[in-house]
Design a protein around this ligand. Structure first.
Ligand SMILES: Cc1ncc(COP(=O)(O)O)c(C=O)c1O
Length: 382
């Protein structure tokens, strides 16, 4: 937040800042989706809906899971919320009692830790490494499990690393969850943004044992460039979904009626735009990775999905610029913004100080300009 506030301020002063901070597609929502929302407004579809979503949208989500993930759910196992963030928040509120432990990996998406705390839970963070592709190993999970473990949060493809769990990794997590009887929240919002011909696997598809304790979360934000519409959804055991629905009915009531119609169109309409955007992201991934290859003091794990790269810049820590010492990711992000006019997110926001996060949901031209500046700025450190 600090970096983006400063970047905004610099831009308002007329400075040309290259922004790698944003976590949303730079594409516009496809027109046929917008048209569905306009039609909804015109026909007066502007009233409360059932708290967990309109039946047509739930039916479309059931079909989506069948089509894309080989998962069978009933509409009673689906709850639509105001974004996947809201889905995860509601699930944690539903399943966590005070003191319950929730396991997830660092680097983590910034909101997990706060959402766990808001639910009265205790975050239990597993440090992962580039050598592990930033994925939790079964051994590390086993060490973290206690009698109080209630939930494990899995995020594949991952924000901020762009890495993906392979089938074997998912099997390991599933076995431990079934054996130790904890829930898995599987955050799959980047499922459609996979590269190198890779396929996305949902952990819940590995058998009834794991499916019965997994809540799969997805949404339309990243897949259809619909971040502002605020529609996400969860699928899982009926009792958890029922609790999620009751919690939601007392805080937000239903997600916006108009956005639900738009999401229905997104899920049931032509899917060509999804592939067009994915292919464009893959080109940008290739380009940004090739540009980082030119910088000796930086290493990275090649992103396999999502639209982030998470380079390790820690060999620059301890260096100075004009007597100012760069000690950590916050200092480096601050330096890049101040001296190179490039906004990146410091790794410390994701619980991982060695790295910085860049979103490549921006044009190749801007990526080129930004990387030229980063390369120069890093070479100016002594
Ligand atoms: C890993 C992850 N999960 C969930 C979300 C939430 O997405 P939304 O609430 O827009 O559906 C995001 C958004 O940045 C994310 O990166």
């Amino acid at each position: 937040m600090a970096i983006s506030t400063k970047a905004r301020q610099m831009r308002s002063e007329g400075l040309d800042v290259v922004d790698f901070g944003v976590g949303e597609p730079d594409f516009d929502t496809p027109n046929y989706i917008k048209e569905a929302a306009i039609a909804a407004v015109k026909e007066g579809f502007t009233k409360y809906t059932p708290p967990s979503g309109i039946p047509e949208l739930k039916a479309a989500i059931v079909e989506k899971f069948r089509r894309d993930n080989n998962l069978e759910y009933t509409p009673a196992q689906i709850a639509v919320s105001c974004g996947a963030k809201h889905s995860i928040y509601n699930i944690l509120q539903a399943v966590c009692d005070p003191g319950d432990e929730v396991i997830f990996a660092a680097p983590y998406w910034v909101s997990y830790i706060e959402m766990v705390k808001l639910a009265g839970g205790k975050p239990v963070i597993i440090e992962t490494s580039p050598a592990e592709n930033y994925c939790m190993s079964p051994e590390s999970i086993e060490k973290a499990v206690t009698e109080k473990t209630k939930v494990l949060i899995l995020n594949t493809p991952s924000n901020p690393t762009g890495t993906v769990y392979d089938l074997e990794g998912l099997r390991g997590v599933a076995e431990l969850a079934v054996k130790n009887k904890f829930y898995v929240i599987s955050d799959e919002v980047y499922e459609k943004l996979m590269y190198d011909g890779r396929r996305h696997y949902s952990i819940a598809m590995l058998g009834d044992g794991i499916k019965n304790i997994t809540i799969t979360v997805n949404g339309v934000s990243k897949t259809y460039a619909m971040t502002g519409w605020r529609i996400g959804y969860a699928a899982g055991p009926e009792d958890v979904i029922d609790a999620v629905t009751r919690i939601q009915s007392h805080n937000t009531s239903n997600p916006t009626s108009i956005s639900q119609r738009a999401a229905l169109q997104a899920l049931t309409g032509p899917q060509d735009d999804v592939e067009t955007m994915r292919a464009e992201f893959e080109e940008r991934r290739d380009y940004i990775a090739s540009r980082f290859d030119e910088i000796e003091t930086v290493s990275y794990v090649r992103p396999q999905g999502a639209f982030y790269i998470f380079p390790d810049v820690s060999t620059n820590y301890g260096k100075t610029f004009k007597e100012k010492r760069i000690e950590n990711s916050m200092h480096l992000a601050d330096y890049l913004l101040g001296e190179a006019q490039v906004a990146v997110v410091p790794g410390c926001a994701f619980g991982y100080n060695n790295c910085i996060r860049l979103s490549f949901a921006t044009s190749v031209e801007k990526i080129g300009t930004g990387l030229n500046r980063i390369k120069q700025a890093l070479s100016n450190l002594k």
